[in-house]
Design a binder for this molecule. Structure first.
Ligand code: ATP
Length: 135
């Protein structure tokens, strides 16, 4: 099977650079699976898992907190505010973030705080799910 280059970049630097057989990502309008030779397109990403399917059949999971996917026939670039490979996720930190966010959601002061807490909760739950392979 043909492979395609993929890179995931955040403001802190590159998170991964790889050559894969398929990338599955969660766009704001649904999940897409991208193979080599895909027509060019750009789509906004939801908070979710990116699955990097390797030529040997294994899959690497990356937690991505939004951003964009840019697809070209020979290269897929993901630009995200933050992204972590499953094995680099600190689950204790994410569980603490869940507790903090849930507390803020319960004691909501205003709509902006509520929205921020909701997004923080989504990022933390996504990290936990990606780390546990529960997606
Ligand atoms: P927290 O409240 O724990 O800081 P957050 O969702 O506000 O979480 P972000 O602003 O998305 O954090 O990310 C800030 C930096 O911390 C990024 O580099 C991100 O990759 C990293 N990061 C956040 N949470 C984790 C985690 N649980 N494990 C590993 N890295 C994390």
């Amino acid at each position: 099977m043909k492979t395609v280059a993929v890179s995931i970049v955040t403001p802190d630097g590159p998170v991964c650079d790889s050559e894969v057989s398929m990338v599955v990502a969660k766009t704001t309008s649904g999940e897409i699976g991208v193979l080599a030779g895909h027509i060019p397109m750009v789509a906004p990403l939801a908070i979710g898992a990116v699955k990097l399917k390797q030529a040997n059949g294994s899959t690497e999971l990356v937690a991505v907190s939004g951003g964009f996917i840019e697809i070209r026939p020979d290269k897929i670039s993901i630009l995200a505010p933050s992204a972590e490979i499953a094995e680099n996720i600190d689950v204790k930190r994410a569980k603490e973030a869940v507790k903090r966010a849930e507390g803020r959601i319960q004691n909501k002061q205003d709509d902006i705080d509520f929205k921020r807490a909701e997004l923080s909760l989504k990022r933390a739950l996504n990290r936990i799910n990606v780390h546990e392979g529960n997606i």
